[in-house]
Design a protein around this ligand. Sequence first.
Ligand code: ATP
Ligand code: MG
Ligand code: FE
Length: 342
Amino acid sequence: MIVLGIESSCDETGIALYNSETGALLADQLYSQIELHAQYGGVVPELASRDHVRKIVPLIEQVCAEAVMTLQDIDAVAYTAGPGLIGALLVGACVGRSMAWALDIPSVEIHHMEGHLLAPLLADDKPEFPFLCLLVSGGHTLLVDVQGLGDYTILGDTLDDAAGEAFDKTAKMLGLPYPGGRYIAELAEHGDVTRFKFPRPMMNRPGLDFSFSGLKTFTRLTWEDNQDDDDIEQLKADIAACFQDAVVDTLTKKCLRAIKQTGHTSLVISGGVSANLQLRETLKKMGQKHHFKSYFPDLKYCTDNGAMIAIAGAMRLEQNIPEKETAIRAQPRWSLEQLSPP
Ligand code: ATP
Ligand code: MG
Ligand code: FE
């Protein structure tokens, strides 16, 4: 089955073609609106919707050209139906449903975070169900017990900011571009991780929840209190290193706690922050010591993309082809736990 995946929940238009029989990604196109929103320091919803409208059809034409196919070769459409920005979601949902209707093929609504959760299945070294999953993105920080496709129990969540959001806010404070996660990681490479002692929020409390707002305040105070430093560039690097270390330490120790609690031996880490190399290295080492294996998406599938939506759609459609529908649905708020198996 050839599945067209459409992602438009936020500021990336991602379109992909996936062949579920061969497990091959046939084509994958991504247009990021980062430059459009950069001058505002964050995503402007109305501008995002308009840019999806401009880019979505050309990108669909591009994936067909890349795979040397026509629209008639597509067997099903999978599109992100939430959570995300309502206007942005509606663009993908309208195009996806309309195409399915016009081509007389099934369509399936995909939860954006299920897409992230399944993105590591696009890699060569794939996890098998069941597994524990850490979803760390711009809007989410979730520890999920994954028993199978659509069978998700949230074990831990953030009480305030998401991990990616904490990276972005710290980056903004240090004058780095948006989204700043990767710039913090770059700066941290030549920072002194021992210079400041950043807090590890929620570590000495039981449970699997996260909190990053206290860390954000601590980072801001450290930055403000050291403005008379002779070497501001080194100060930035040191803060970036200490901040990243605190986030990675908190995330990985909570993963270990969840591994011990659930008895899982596979850990899947996905979402934009899973591109972080220090996070990857720390989990790999921790896994060797504590007998679990970590799986990550390829770096290009950590952040939003159409391929993860295509594979999620293919996996669902393989188990169940839904009745043809003409209703267009998009849900800005939607919990992973509301999903069920196909
Ligand atoms: P959600 O999936 O929760 O709706 P989103 O789609 O905006 O949010 P993603 O695209 O998955 O989030 O990830 C973007 C986030 O990943 C940003 O916050 C960005 O700073 C962060 N990020 C990207 N690369 C890195 C990195 N190397 N280190 C840390 N954070 C990173
Ligand atoms: Mg994004
Ligand atoms: Fe995302």
